[in-house]
Design a protein around this ligand. Structure first.
Ligand code: SF4
Length: 367
């Protein structure tokens, strides 16, 4: 059956969408539970706001049976249910310009989707477009725009459906063929697996067959490429490693070599492509930031400062985003003591944030 979650999950993982439409249930991760809770809070706030604004609001209506006043109304949780589909929106705004009291082509409909995240992706827009396409076909409506309301700030993004129509039709076709297929799609370990409800089931299956996609340096595209060459397992991949010549190694030493990783797993050894040349500095600062990337919010800074072989751990945290500047000022005030320092960081999360606040504070840190 085609449902909201099948459409949404299709863009995360085809296997998940297939499992969902087969009514398989996994263990919902804490991340997904939190996302669902945030969505519920935003929905409640949005529905209360409609009432405060004295809008006409109807609840849980079957759009096919709706009787419209000759004005603007909001239908909360409109749902289309047949034996093959069960699709709903969080709300739909209908402006009736005709003198009929039924839904018709003269009605302006704007379906509304509420999402928990601050960042809206192209796939979020496509999901909305696909659902609009289904609604418009089923109810014989012209839907020109849809709206996504997202995050606690209830920011709004309007979407012109015409720009997504072609893609929406293409993906809807693919989703329908996926759910009508008797054979499940191929399974790959992907980024979403970490928070997916079927994580244990899929990991056990992939481990059992020593699947190549389990290697963290191999994404789905790479895994497909290897499979097309007849390499399906990590063990098979380990036999493809060939040590490179010195000059080639120099130009490629930063690349992760999946086959070398596979070899390390096979031999249960750690291989180092090239010994790093780590210099020592008078003052070394090892930084670690914790934050919510989706909200550009860093709430904890920790640092290990080593100067003249003496170690000093410092840390500080904040409760709200408006204290962020103070948090960085605290860090810069400490670092100001040292004339020269060298900063070490794990990924680019720390350095990007540092760069941003460094600029705001008048480029105190010179590179
Ligand atoms: S665990 Fe990974 S592969 Fe399995 S359904 Fe979830 S996202 Fe897909």
């Amino acid at each position: 059956m085609l449902t909201n979650s099948v459409i949404r999950d299709y863009f995360k993982c085809e296997y998940k969408a297939y499992a969902k439409q087969q009514d398989q249930v996994g263990t919902i991760s804490e991340f997904e539970t939190l996302e669902n809770k945030i969505s519920e809070v935003i929905k409640e706030r949005y529905y209360s706001q409609l009432l405060l604004d004295k809008k006409t609001v109807l609840n849980d209506f079957d759009l096919k049976k709706i009787i419209l006043p000759f004005t603007e109304i909001y239908v909360v949780n409109p749902r289309l249910k047949t034996k093959d589909l069960d699709i709903s929106f969080d709300a739909i705004k209908i402006i009736n310009k005709s003198h009929e009291n039924e839904l018709s082509h003269d009605c302006i409909c704007c379906p509304i989707e509420i999402l928990p995240r601050k960042k809206i992706t192209a796939n979020d827009k496509l999901v909305l477009a696909i659902k609009c396409l289904i609604f418009s076909q089923y109810c014989n409506l012209q839907i020109e725009t849809g709206q996504i309301i997202h995050a606690y700030s209830m920011s709004r993004v309007n979407i012109k459906l015409i720009s997504y129509l072609k893609n929406a039709q293409k993906h809807l076709k693919k989703i329908l063929s996926l759910i009508n297929n008797k054979v499940p799609p191929d399974l790959y370990w992907i980024e979403h697996c970490k928070v997916c409800e079927f994580q244990k089931f899929c990991k056990d299956k992939l481990l059992e067959r020593d699947d190549i996609s389990l290697l963290s340096s191999i994404n789905k595209k790479d895994a497909i490429k290897w499979k097309n060459k007849g390499i399906f397992t990590i063990l098979q991949l380990s036999y493809t490693f060939k040590p490179k010549k010195r000059e080639k190694l120099d130009s490629e030493c930063t690349k992760t070599d999946a086959s070398l990783k596979a070899l390390a797993l096979r031999d249960q050894k750690v291989y180092v492509k090239e010994l790093p040349n780590i210099k020592t500095y008078e003052t070394e600062v090892y930084l670690d930031f914790e934050g919510i990337p989706d909200e550009n919010f860093i709430y904890l800074i920790g640092a290990l400062i080593i100067t003249n072989n003496k170690e000093n751990y410092i840390y500080s945290w904040i409760d709200s985003k408006d204290q962020q500047e103070d948090l960085f000022k605290w860090l810069f005030d400490i670092l100001k003591i040292y004339e020269y320092l060298h900063i070490f960081h794990y990924g680019n999360y720390e350095i990007k944030a540092l760069d941003k606040f460094n600029k705001c504070s008048g480029n105190f840190l010179l590179q």
